[in-house]
Design a binder for this molecule. Structure first.
Ligand code: ACO
Length: 405
């Protein structure tokens, strides 16, 4: 499936107006890995193209904190206040919890009080699914601004003794703001696909309802990602060129029209194979996996941010973003870049004000958590018919009014 921007304009299109990325400071090089498992820098570079990756350090860095940092930057670039967001979508295969959603935690951290929030799971294609969905919601009139984030802490689900997988992945987050626009530009078409018969090719076997956490699942390593690398490789080399051609056709473009393709950053050899099949010059493919490894849902938005930073994207450029991953899933999005580039630097005081707003949202979140605990402790359980129960009935309504709900 997928979607297509209407030919007869209804006055609503959806374009990317803000972008941001964040990666943890800690860098793990191939040489570092070679000290822990039986591998070499030469093997990893020649088979994958990866030289180093960033990984979280300590409990304070999580998928939600990386996501929030990337989202803050995207909001600052778009100059959109968190309170103006209608929806927050976090694409991830490493959510903070099964529930609540990572998106809800990010929504709270940002102070996006009017936004709905949910997580989206589609393997490494997750960000592309979320971007396509966000554009559809905006074009249909359901939202003015949607925050789309791809964020991962894959280092938390990787078996650091398994050389087949641990050399491939990294942590990070990328975010975009998708906003309504009147000119026919932005996300013009998308292609989404899935083949669940390949579910076991790339899987986190335990911890879900199929195999809930137990001593056995932990001792057998069921909480680590398992992958049939060769199968994924075969699938990826076919699906990237196919999905790119399909989405370009849907947008009414020729492959030669494309200014840049931003593929999922998993393996240089996969990208080179797609380049050959599409008969395109390698320079038209953006590659940065040498520095980040495969960051799953975060890889394409991080690459997009770096492509913008390196001035590889101009206003009016035709772009294809294309991903594949666990599921098996794939997704491609055709974008006509609507914003004149480079964007004018923002006034410093505006950025300061934006940052102040995020700091305030953080303080307010802590206050709300503490207040909720204290209030429940003073008022006692809901539904009691004693004086505390009666008082609670009255104050509950007042409290909700004060919170603006
Ligand atoms: N260091 C040294 N040797 C290694 C390593 C390593 N890190 N890893 C595997 N090997 C060995 C294997 O054990 C094997 O040895 P054997 O022949 O004695 O059994 C040999 O290297 C070759 O293994 P292959 O699997 O054939 O290696 P290949 O060239 O296919 O490369 C790789 C493996 C890099 C995993 C490749 O298949 C690949 O990139 N696949 C796609 C992975 C991918 O994109 N995954 C992410 C999907 S997106 C998502 O949703 C998360």
């Amino acid at each position: 499936m997928g979607s297509q921007a209407p030919k007869a304009p209804n006055g609503r299109y959806a374009q990317i107006t803000g972008w941001g990325m964040y990666v943890p400071e800690k860098v793990l090089t191939n040489t570092d890995l070679a000290r822990a498992v039986d591998t070499t820098d030469e093997w990893i570079v020649s088979r994958t193209g990866i030289k180093e990756r960033h990984i979280v350090a300590g409990e304070r860095e999580t998928t939600a904190t990386l996501a929030a940092r990337a989202a803050q930057e995207a909001l600052l670039v778009a100059d959109v206040a968190p309170g103006d967001l209608d929806l927050v979508i976090v694409a991830t295969v490493t959510p903070e919890y099964a529930f609540p959603s990572t998106a809800s935690l990010v929504q709270d951290a940002l102070g996006a009080d009017k936004a709905g929030a949910f997580d989206l799971s589609a393997g490494c294609s997750g960000f592309m699914y979320a971007l396509s969905l966000a554009a559809d919601v905006v074009r249909a009139g359901g939202a003015e601004h949607v925050l789309v984030i791809g964020a991962e802490t894959l280092s938390r689900i990787v078996d650091w003794t398994d050389r087949n997988t641990c050399v491939l992945f990294g942590d990070g987050a990328g975010a975009v703001v998708v906003s309504v626009c009147e000119a026919r530009c932005g996300v013009l078409a998308s292609v989404l696909g899935s083949d669940g018969s390949g579910g076991d090719v790339l899987i986190l076997p335990a911890g879900g309802s199929h195999a809930p956490a137990s001593h056995e699942t932990v001792s057998s390593g069921g909480h680590f990602a398992k992958m049939n690398g060769r199968e994924v490789f075969r699938f990826a080399t076919t699906i990237i060129p196919k999905a790119t051609e399909q989405v370009a056709q849907k947008a009414g473009w020729q492959i030669a029209d494309l200014a840049l393709v931003i593929p999922h950053q998993a393996n240089t050899r996969i990208i080179e194979s797609a380049v050959k099949r599409l008969n395109m010059p390698l320079e038209k493919f953006f590659i940065n996996l040498d520095r980040y490894g495969n960051t799953s849902s975060a890889s394409i938005p991080i690459a997009l941010c770096e492509a913008i930073r390196e001035q590889r994207i101009k206003g009016g450029d035709k772009l294809v973003l294309v991903g594949f991953g666990a599921g098996l899933t794939w997704a491609a999005v055709a974008i006509e870049w609507g914003i004149p580039m480079p964007v004018k630097p923002q006034r410093p005081e505006r950025r300061w004000f934006g940052r102040l707003r995020f700091a305030f949202a953080g303080v307010r979140s802590i206050f709300r958590r503490v207040e909720r605990h204290v209030y429940n402790w003073i008022m006692g359980p809901v539904g009691k018919d004693d004086w505390r129960g009666k008082l609670r009935k009255r104050t509950d309504a007042l409290r909700e009014r004060l919170r603006g709900k």
